[in-house]
Design a protein around this ligand. Sequence first.
Ligand SMILES: Nc1ncnc2c1ncn2[C@@H]1O[C@H](COP(=O)(O)OP(=O)(O)O)[C@@H](O)[C@H]1O
Ligand SMILES: [Mg+2]
Length: 417
Amino acid sequence: MDSERAVRDGRGPRARLRSAVRGTGFAVWGAGLGLLAVVTFPVAIVVAVLWFLRVGRPLVLPSLSWLRWLTGAERARLRRIGHRLEDPVRADGTPEEQVMDPVTRRELGWLLVHGTAGLLLGAIVLQLLLTGLHDIAYPLWWERVGPSEQELLNGLLPARTEERALWGPALGLIALALWLLGTPRLLDWQTRSGRALLGPVPGADLSARVIELTATRAAALDAHAVELRRIERALHDGAQNRVVGVAVLIGAARREVQRDPVHAEEILARAQDTTEEALAELRSVVRSILPPVLENRGLAGALTALAAECAVPCTVTIDVPVRCPASVEATAYFAVAESLTNVARHSGASRAEVEARLADGRLLVRVLDDGRGGADPAAGTGLAGIIRRVQALDGEAVLSSPPGGPTELEVALPCGS
Ligand SMILES: Nc1ncnc2c1ncn2[C@@H]1O[C@H](COP(=O)(O)OP(=O)(O)O)[C@@H](O)[C@H]1O
Ligand SMILES: [Mg+2]
């Protein structure tokens, strides 16, 4: 099926369009911050000069907090796009110490790059889209606007005759094709300065990272032990008990076989039923370890199948062109399965959405419903289990479910690439 293949490799026309639209939103958001950066830079220079002349000291702290706000907004944008960015550790102290902090110096560098190149790249994305739409429709209304507005390609090409106006759709289509294909790349370039300069200073924050890794490693071992215990219990209480029952029944049948063949036959039938129950138990345990559908159909197929089984209409968007480690895919699968079960059972939603994509070597999975909200991991076992599983893989799970809805679970898992 064509549409399914498109969903699977994320390069179908609809996936492209969606990623260009999304990319345009982020690029314009970035251009807005670029605009703020470009006006901030001269102000920073003036403050620095005044400070040098020993009159500007009171201006330093307010300028620094503005810089922090602005870079904080860029960090929020990068995280929203899906980049993983940790907050840098800042030096506290006198204004002098704060200005000399490498974090501040890197932020000023970002201000310069993002206020120029970042702004320009965002403007290019928007301009390609607007030029495309303008030029395609141009033959419809070129006669009705004043001569100064009779132009194509954003003013580069005067077009006052009908013959020229008819170039519009062709030029517009080219602009739209460039927009469609180029936006993800342009957005990637636009985020580079922020990714390089707004994270932790290289080498400075390793101790914090070590503490965090130690904690998540302990959690991973814990989660592993819990999982082993769960499997052991499931085998012991379920399949093993049933097999013991079968052995007892067969023993009884053997004793009866000479004396009362009819009764022996009945006992054997019960033994057969019990064997089938044991098999079913075994299958469900196996499935809870690593769902076979993941193995057979990949993450995209498995999530699509989950959505298709959901009682609430559910759209699926998947852009994961590579395979992730089995534990990561299984965790993503169980997170979506639990969320969709919750949607059907608790939310009262009329529709749901599942989205999975890769960003920065992380698998991002999102499940959204438009139901009544109020989901609470403390109120049950499902969500809490998912969150623990995700954290064990050094991932993050964020649940947002205000009363009245909507409910959104976002899971990010390092994919090891
Ligand atoms: N999508 C949702 N919409 C509304 N409420 C939810 C949703 N998901 C979960 N909840 C609420 O949060 C509680 C905890 O969910 P969960 O941990 O999955 O436990 P369980 O499903 O076993 O009750 C549920 O009992 C339910 O009240
Ligand atoms: Mg549940």
